[in-house]
Design a protein around this ligand. Structure first.
Ligand code: ADP
Ligand code: ADP
Length: 245
């Protein structure tokens, strides 16, 4: 490739490589109503792109199970289907994103869930010279949420199944570690309704928030898990390519 007039070829190459190193960080956020399939897709995407995965619901459930201070602060809100206070959860995620393993990218699931959480994340990333690559919205209507959450079963390690749509090979047992599958307390009908209304009131405003920042990508979550995955993966792969050009 001929040098551009007045530029040093080597310097241009070095500069391009540096630019790729900076922009190819893949900082992704999954958003969607409870039961949209965020966890199901996250499991596949973390494998596709080798990203560390931070699911605030899983982090909080583990804290509750271990009886930590975080768990103590979170439990009553989770049981009632409400949100854990912003200041409690923001600190947890900002700490996680400072770890070395998240330096080249991350996949967030279930965070941010409110506008103050989104503001705090945006500010922390900006202060670190980083930015969000894309916000992936997986959308499903409320009736489908109810169907999915009432049939959701989870393993101790957090692997997700559905009694009809994605049953385990042996009823009630995880395919991977054989542990007993359980129904989450907050997947009971009354709590599902409450969580849906909390989603519409507090989390849905993030759709416009990220749309106005040109970060939102929408996916039809009513398709099969494989179809949804194909669409999301193709979009994320394109993002990476666009960044490198
Ligand atoms: P979220 O993390 O958004 O709450 P999950 O990934 O836990 O959602 O999925 C909720 C339930 O719906 C689970 O039981 C899962 O097996 C099932 N599920 C996920 N994606 C689909 C899909 N595309 N079609 C049908 N069922 C699905
Ligand atoms: P779902 O799979 O239904 O999307 P999660 O597992 O992400 O639900 O979250 C379970 C519960 O944990 C929520 O109902 C809420 O009480 C709490 N939680 C998770 N993430 C957040 C967050 N970012 N802010 C406040 N509360 C949260």
């Amino acid at each position: 490739m001929p040098d551009l007039p007045g530029t040093d070829g080597t310097e241009a190459v070095v500069r391009k490589e540096l630019a790729i190193a900076v922009v190819s960080e893949l900082n992704l956020i999954l958003v969607g109503p409870p039961g949209a399939g965020k966890g199901t897709q996250a499991e596949r995407l973390t494998q596709d792109f080798g990203l560390p995965y931070y699911a605030t619901g899983n982090i909080l459930r583990e804290a509750v199970a271990n009886g930590t201070e975080l768990g103590r602060q979170a439990k009553e809100h989770m049981d009632a289907g409400g949100l854990v206070p912003d200041d409690v959860i923001i600190g947890v995620i900002l700490e996680a994103l400072k770890q070395d393993e998240a330096a080249d990218g991350f996949l967030l699931d279930g965070f941010p869930r409110t506008v103050p959480q989104a503001d705090a994340l945006g500010e922390a990333l900006q202060n670190a010279g980083r930015k969000i690559s894309a916000v992936l919205l997986i959308d499903v209507p409320d009736e489908e949420v109810v169907r999915r959450l009432s049939g959701r079963r989870v393993s101790k390690a957090g692997r997700v199944y559905h009694v009809d749509f994605d049953p385990p090979k042996h009823e009630g047992r995880c395919d991977i570690d054989g542990s007993e599958l359980i129904q989450r307390d907050d997947d009971k009908p009354e709590t599902i309704r409450k969580r849906l209304s909390v989603y519409h009131e507090q989390t849905e405003p993030l759709v416009e928030y990220y749309e106005s920042r040109d970060l939102l990508r929408r996916f039809d979550g009513t398709r099969t898990p494989t179809e949804v995955h194909d669409h999301v993966r193709a979009t994320v792969a394109t993002l990476r390519l666009e960044d490198e050009l």
